[in-house]
Design a protein around this ligand. Structure first.
Ligand code: HEM
Length: 403
């Protein structure tokens, strides 16, 4: 419902709602915002302000709205020392627009398709078993995140894309640094150029030694003139910053939730036919991309009687939309048998998640492998998870378990 726009000065600025430390959220405040202030103005920890949209219908429209672009993670929030006209920082697939973005999506549609991912399921399961073999025979309690839930999606992504897993000691800390909001301009530039150099060297290597992987496919598209080299580099950078972190969080949140919701781990273990629906419900219920999709208006947009001005940042909060009671009955309840589930966990529109089928496959294989190998899995008694409490997306960094 749009009414007369108010001047910005009348819009109160609230602090960014955060879940209590040691919990994944989403924050309870989202329910009130959806009811009373669906387009709030929030102050982010870094000092900048942004519009915060929490209702399902608004979020669904905003993520696919062409009046909103995706600023580079090294360019927003604005950092001191950066001048208009400076070279953009880290350009991933998310910041590509128009025909270049469309060409890259076309090149990736087959290798990321359901069919292609399905054909790789045995290989994905092998990766899971290779990690679980030593874990199952190891000391108890053990940390399931460090030993399995983190390395598993990295291994799978590396294998599919053609990034050597042995290089993870090089690219992981740099990708984490690039994602960290507190980089200075100089540090940001340094990390960005190292990651770009790394991906460029991998593409060069694939030109001489082709493999059965996505980088090889992109090199061949470049040689045929259907893709430009910079877009292939952007894809590689996207994989370093978006190709595993969300999956690790999703897996860690999901396993912790199943283990701490009485009877749910055993129910899925004994009724595998529930798995496809349960994976969708976990995608809806868990706040994996909580307030981390940042858009920037390129023209004024009116919504709920307020004016989002050109240049303003807008955060469509997927985790809040996914709990909207007007779409999801009893939205704050985990219901592994939920049937009507049009969640927005993978976004929507031209930039929706290209890895969605892979993410689903990783979760399915992860749970099947755990049910087969660790049927009596449970949280360790005297050891508790350590939480990632610095980002709005909260996730256990460790998950001590016994079996
Ligand atoms: C549960 C795990 C995951 C979740 C919840 C997730 C969520 C999302 C969302 C919401 C977007 C849209 C962001 C926007 O609108 O700006 C996105 C984009 C993207 N995701 Fe995922 N993702 C997951 C896993 C993955 C995986 C496993 C990969 C690849 C290996 C991947 C690769 C990408 C890429 C490249 C984009 C950008 C697409 C484009 O701009 O065209 N994601 N993801």
């Amino acid at each position: 419902m749009n009414t007369t726009p108010e001047p910005d000065v009348d819009v109160p600025v609230i602090d960014l709602p955060l879940p209590p430390p040691g919990t994944m959220g989403p924050p309870e405040e989202y329910g009130r915002l959806r009811r009373e202030c669906p387009l709030a103005k929030v102050r982010l920890p870094i000092g900048a302000t942004a519009w915060y949209a929490t209702r399902y219908e608004d979020v669904k429209e905003l993520v696919a709205d062409s009046r909103l672009i995706r600023p580079s993670i090294t360019d927003w929030p604005p950092r001191p020392g950066r001048a208009p006209g400076d070279e953009p920082g880290l350009i991933t697939m998310m910041e590509l627009e128009g025909p270049r973005h469309a060409a890259l999506r076309r090149a990736l549609s087959e290798p990321f398709s359901v069919r292609s991912i399905r054909s790789r399921l045995p290989r994905i399961r092998q990766s899971a078993d290779r990690l679980l073999d030593p874990f199952v025979d190891g000391d108890r309690p053990g940390d399931l995140v460090g030993r399995f839930l983190e390395p598993f999606p990295i291994t799978v992504m590396c294998d599919l894309v053609g990034i050597p897993y042995e290089d993870s000691g090089y690219f992981l800390p740099r990708a984490d640094a690039a994602l960290g909001a507190l980089l200075t301009l100089e540090q940001g530039r340094g990390v960005t150029s190292q990651l770009r150099g790394y991906i460029t060297s991998l593409l060069d290597r694939r030109r001489c030694e082709p493999g059965d992987d996505m980088l090889t496919k992109l090199v061949s598209e470049c040689e045929h003139g259907t893709l430009d080299h910079e877009s292939a580099v952007s894809f590689g950078l996207s994989m370093l910053v978006a190709g595993y972190r969300t999956s690790t969080m999703f897996l860690a949140d999901a396993v912790l939730t199943l283990l701490t919701s009485p009877g749910e781990y055993a129910r899925l273990r004994d009724h595998r036919d529930l798995l496809p629906g349960a994976v969708e419900e976990l995608l809806r219920y868990l706040p994996v991309m909580n307030g981390v999709v940042v858009l920037q208006a390129v023209e004024d947009i009116e919504l709920h009687g307020r004016t989002i001005r050109a240049g303003d940042a807008v955060l469509p909060v997927l985790a809040a939309a996914n709990r909207d009671e007007s779409v999801f009955a009893d939205g704050d309840r985990l219901d592994l048998c939920r049937v009507d589930n049009p969640h927005l966990a993978f976004g929507r529109g031209a930039h929706n998640c290209v890895g969605s089928h892979l993410a689903r496959a990783q979760m399915t294989v992860c749970l099947e492998a755990l049910f087969d190998r660790l049927p009596q899995l449970r949280p360790a008694e005297d050891d508790h998870p350590v939480w990632e409490d610095e980002s709005p997306s909260r996730s256990p960094r460790t998950l001590p378990v016994s079996w």
